[in-house]
Design a protein around this ligand. Sequence first.
Ligand SMILES: [Mn+2]
Length: 245
Amino acid sequence: MRPTLFISDLHLAPQAPAVTRIFLDFLRGRARAAESLFILGDLFEAWPGDDCLDDPADGLAAAVVAALHELVTAGVGLAVMHGNRDFLLGERFAAASGARLLPDPWLLALPGGEFVLAHGDALCTDDREYQSFRALVRRRDWQQAFLARPLSERKAVAAALRQQSETAKRDKAQYLMDVNPVETDDFLRAHGYVGLIHGHTHRPAVHDHLVDGIHVQRWVLADWHASRGECLCWDGERLTRECLD
Ligand SMILES: [Mn+2]
């Protein structure tokens, strides 16, 4: 059987061409052998709206979408979940890439195993400031108003937010940038004690949770760097990390 692959937190950006290169190689290489590829958020460092695909200055978006479409055309299923950076990926992105946009969280039944998929930011509930920002920008009326502004303005806002979040990260306590353990156990309970796969925290690991006496594994995906990407591979029996460089 063909494997299912999971990745997240590539944070593709024009300033980091090496990561894009690793990703395009992955799409034309390793990913072709997969049954399906799940991208669990923050594929892009910023996504100001699907109309960036028309922007001649934005070669990155167009190149990535074309490569995703090639993968789908080659017969690989593609599903994309929003992250906290690219939460504005919309229907046009989906149509152009051939991806299915997945709600967060998403229950996934695969041959040999069942999983719940999430980006992971919704579980970081200790960061109240971020959670209120998240609640705001996920509102339909906020998104409609934002998308009605000129693309150049939206790009400037995205850049400013990125700058703010980088500065805030330096001052934030470490625990604020990780999942809340009580919230996570509640989440695992609510989703039937199936294994959780998520990204966002940039702390790749596998955690063993004991929820109501039931052992549940939580796999945290790795973020991608200039020198290295990583995917998680389900072969029908086990999950394995694969290094991509
Ligand atoms: Mn994230």
